[in-house]
Design a protein around this ligand. Sequence first.
Ligand code: URP
Ligand code: ZN
Ligand code: ZN
Length: 465
Amino acid sequence: MSLLIKNGRIVTAVDDYLADIYIEDEQISLIGKNLTVTAERIIDARDKLVIPGGIDPHTHFELPFGKEGIVSSDDFYTGTVAAAHGGTTTIIDFPTQEKGHSTLEALDAWHKKAQGKCVIDYGFHMIITDMPEKRLPELRQLMFQEGITSFKLFMAYPGVLYVDDGMLYRVMRETGELGGLIAMHAENGIVIDEIVKEALKVGKTEPRWHALTRPTRMESEAVHRAIAIAEVAEVPVYIVHLSSADALKEVVLARDEGLPVFAETCPQYLFLDHSCYEKEGFEGAKYVMTPVLREKWNQAELWRGLKMGDLQTTGTDHCPFFYETQKKIGEHDFTRIPNGGPGVENRMSLLFQGGVVEKRISLNRFVEITSTAAAKLFGLFPRKGTIAVGSDADLVIFNPNRKETISIHNPITHHMNVDYNLYEGYEVQGIPETVISRGKIIIENCQFVGSKGHGQFLQRNSFEW
Ligand code: URP
Ligand code: ZN
Ligand code: ZN
């Protein structure tokens, strides 16, 4: 299959020029002005941007949550279809080790969930919940045979995903030796659980107490501790879903000292705030996620971090649960509300709106924070994350002028398998109209034309920055 994209404005993290792109099979084979090659398909991208497909380094498809048999509502088919509609052509999801079991079992389970279902390419980070010395060799196998080069650890959720500082250090030390990257959920879960107990004791059970029991200082303390332990263990650390100015300060301090510390924030922390928990009735449950939505003033600090390079990437932490049938399980006790919200579909348009249209970041920086930086951090560059001869033809033809209102009722903006949208009613300018994954058109004029199973598992290389 050959494809010629003509007259587009090609934008990468560093380039911005008008040219044609010729794709043969799965890769870009030629870029130039007025190309005269013959192609089986020609797409005119005049007045449109041609950007690298988005990379969302943080999704949870089909994630079991808690002990009540609840599973996040997008599977690897519905989730990747939604991602594709939103201009994302690669996701990285999280196999989750069960305590007392091998990480390789978790990997196997996630491969079974994803195999044959994805419409875009995908990789995995491994969530480690239990790592006695005897299991450490698994990390080498994950890194060098399975293509899993980053490991997520939790300082939150005691009794479930939490690992103590000794285990953190042990995993970090081995990961550093192997040349891998630690992804950290940084919140002091032990203290938070005490605050939660205090709240429940006096009958504070509504969704807003989920937020009021997780202060920003418990995020920043954990970020500080994670960085300190990582420094001693000599491993680079990537803070996932950073939500607050307090936490960002810790990242800035470490980076200023030259430590290999990186961080991701998410659209929910840039666009939504604590007031969502004050909505009527049980509505606040839609926003129950960890970390929680913060006071509004934090948003400007996070945007500044994205602009100045203190924050490198944006992920969605997409972890949807139906409001009516899943979130409502916690109607009388916020601790039973499954944590997480949807977002994989809306990231690119939201960041274009909030970043480029509202003039907080440049167009090149937009590409960098939605695609290129994640490709570099997670061992996919230059195969993914840029537009270059030899790179995978993962491309988005993006209409920078088209406006849409995000809504579960708008067939352009909502395909996620969930009964609400966190950004309901938000108007965004900038819509991915045509999306190409490894040379195949999968979204054409906002319609899905891809196929189940087209997406391939990505064996990732080691971290390099
Ligand atoms: O609330 C969230 N974020 N749920 C997903 C799991 C996690 O902590 O990333
Ligand atoms: Zn997390
Ligand atoms: Zn997550």
